[in-house]
Design a binder for this molecule. Sequence first.
Ligand code: HEM
Length: 400
Amino acid sequence: MTEAAVFNPVADGFAANPYPHYRELRDTDPVQEHPLGFWFLSHYDDVTRLLRAGLSVEDRNLADGPVRAQYEALGADRAPLVASMLDRDPPDHTRLRSLVAKVFTPRAIAALEPMVTDLVDASLDRIADGGPVDLVDELAFPLPFAVISTMLGTPPTDQTRLRELTGTLVRSLEVVTDPDVIRAITEAEIALAEMTRDIVEWKRANPADDLLTALIAAEQDGDRLSDDELIAQVLLLYVAGHETTVNLIANGVVALLANPEQFDLLRTRPDLAPNAVEELLRYDSPVQQTRRITTAPLTIRDRDIPAGSFIIACLGSANHDERFWGPTADSLDLERQNAHRHLSFGAGPHHCLGAALARLEGRLAIGRLVSRFPNLALDGDVRWNGRLNLRGASSVPIRG
Ligand code: HEM
């Protein structure tokens, strides 16, 4: 009998390519009770079922316990960090999501196309002007950041500092045991909550036709949104708005450059861009995992998972499960018919609210880059950000 693989994100080569490791897990122990105390699901069907089951998302961050202890030691208030829709169950989840849902409908997002096109083209002009440039610094990061800042109506912000802080904050979505990292996450959370508070205060004095003003109005309305929830929602939109899409654009371009025949296909068939984005989301998922807590005993395959268990649903693995995708699961195929069935935006009640926006940004950024720079090539080594969950390229040197 083959020995079962154990989920091990510090294994050699995992950061650059976790997919062979996921395959071993799917083949040997698809519903894994991990020695660190959580469960790990790697099959497409199991992950889909779990996410649709409406399990709890409260207190589900792996770093929550140690980070909470840090807050207590510092006498700081963590409420603004855990009050967003992402980490709340109904009825709070339903109320919070409905407050912003109308801004993110496919129709509302389609209206942003001219604004996003202008931002993409400004980035592409900078790439055309310079010598070798970094795709992450010139396009993959600044584009989603500018788009969400414009939608929210935030004042000009110290982008470098914010990028550093949000990069640290998202480590709380991973298994973290290193006390230095835990301290850094806590400090970043506190600093971000303060920055968000300042931004909200500024907006109170400078209201406009934007999402932040609408949220402030909801808060002033009485019991629709508490003060902590307001800060948490804004921070979530800020972080979710750019820390994920950056990976779609950067990882997507890396994948296309590694598959030159697919790059050429997209260049000659720009009409493929929407499906190309779905396939790139499937091929290298910008968010690799999500987490749920069971509220009652749950049986998956032949395994009984007790109530109160912590389960990691591995989206990256589900997106490569050959039982669902067939023998070409590991290949990039921009013409794949069912590419849109990937789980990169999750599924069920917490399905990504920003999916239409991410698709728009991905289509315009990748589509326009490929058609404007037919000879696009790497100009050095790709560096990975070393994160397990929001895994992506942190540096992609290119030349047009
Ligand atoms: C939720 C992925 C872009 C806003 C989620 C979830 C995933 C995800 C997997 C579900 C998490 C869970 O079930 O625990 C992505 C990916 C993106 C992206 C891969 C880009 C390629 C965006 C953007 C925004 C956004 C651009 C907004 C500006 C949200 C929000 C939620 C969410 C608000 C929480 C929904 C809820 O809890 O009901 N996203 N996201 N996302 N995403 Fe995205």
